[in-house]
Design a protein around this ligand. Structure first.
Ligand code: LMR
Length: 357
């Protein structure tokens, strides 16, 4: 059900005129009344018994900025600069997440809220986008976030309209999409998912921060990222990323396993091409302990055939094992991708991301 706006002005008797406007009649049909904001410079003078004539009360006819519903404890407002612990914090950032009631988000949201992604002095607002079908689950997610008492999580709002949820978003993590099932290729999802990303691109273009950073996770993520950016012409194309970090992480793990080292020793891994079975995980430029992989792993046949195929098909193999697509490792790779965008890359290393070129 779409959100509807309902404005009701009630004039109370006598000269003390109060105006009220109802807030949105929202998905869950809550109506509340709040006083209309009075313009600062309006001057109300006395009645005809005085020399002055009563000026008409100016009612602000501007549409109130649409906002998704805040949730529970997160509807309270705080002055972050008032507390000893919080006054050195950075300005709050808005993070919009689509598919917020899904499995990937269920891992991701709690990492974002804990501070491990944006840092211990970065308060955040989570704006969760779901669908009509998933709205109750979305409330469940918000309840769990409430119960987790994360100090840095200052706002949570939930909604089903991208134009509301993406309002002023500094980050948009676009996860919501139909996932593939066993035997499908990611490209098979394009018909269904392409439309979602066209709509979400338009919504971002209309209401998000002009410098919003967008990470597209829903498959086929490279194509969806392109569709999204083409529908958001007012946002710099360089701000759109398709998630290839999951493939980078998978490639690092396999190289480490073959070389018999821990995966933190593997660096400089690039993923060329789409997040699909046509991708090329680049072992030629990759390093183990700072040494080119080909000097450490002499088994070229393994590198060229098994390694490449293993990374290309890892997602599909996981679907067969789980009966559903990867979730936790995808969430971790989104975290890695964000961290790489907000913190300097270690000297001499690089990261993989699908960007427009
Ligand atoms: C993955 O690689 O695990 C995800 O893209 C899900 C999928 O469809 O493979």
């Amino acid at each position: 059900m779409a959100l509807a706006d309902l404005h009701t002005k009630i004039d109370l008797q006598n000269s003390s005129q109060l105006s009220y406007v109802s807030t949105r009649l929202s998905y869950n049909h809550r109506i509340s009344l709040r006083p209309l904001p009075q313009p600062h410079n309006s001057r109300i003078c006395c009645s005809v018994t005085s020399k002055e004539v009563q000026a008409p009360v100016t009612v602000n006819t501007e549409e109130p900025k649409k906002k998704p519903d805040c949730y529970g404890i997160f509807c309270l407002t705080y002055d972050l600069m008032a507390g000893e612990e919080t006054k050195s914090w950075k300005k709050l950032i808005n993070i919009a997440i689509s598919g917020a009631a899904g499995m990937i988000s269920n891992h991701l949201l709690f990492k974002l809220a804990s501070g491990e992604v944006f840092g211990p002095d970065q308060p955040i607002a989570l704006k969760l986008l779901g669908s009509e079908r998933s709205f109750e689950a979305l409330e469940g997610v918000a309840m769990e976030l409430e119960d987790s008492l994360f100090p840095l999580l200052r706002e949570v709002s939930i909604g089903i309209d991208a134009y509301e949820v993406f309002q002023d978003a500094d980050w948009a993590l676009l996860i919501g999409a139909k996932p593939r099932g066993p035997g499908m290729e990611r490209a098979d999802l394009l018909d269904i998912n392409g439309q979602i990303f066209a709509e979400q691109g338009k919504a971002l273009n209309a209401v998000a921060s002009r410098n919003v950073k967008v990470i597209v996770v829903g498959n086929p993520c490279n194509t969806n990222a392109l569709i999204c950016l083409k529908n958001a012409p007012d946002i710099p194309a360089k701000n759109f990323h398709a998630l290839t970090r999951l493939d980078e992480n998978r490639a690092k793990c396999q190289l480490a396993l073959k070389a018999g080292v821990f995966y933190d020793k593997v660096s400089n891994v690039t993923i060329w091409g789409n997040h699909s079975t046509t991708q090329v995980p680049d072992f030629l430029n990759a390093k183990i302990n700072g040494i080119p992989v080909k000097e450490v792993i002499k088994d070229t046949k393994w590198l060229e055939e098994e390694f490449t195929e293993m990374v290309q098909k890892r997602g599909g193999v996981l679907i067969k094992k789980w009966g559903r697509s990867s979730a936790a490792s995808t969430a971790v790779s989104v975290v890695d991708a964000i961290r790489s965008l907000v913190t300097p890359t270690p000297e001499g290393d690089w990261i993989s991301s699908g960007v427009s070129s």
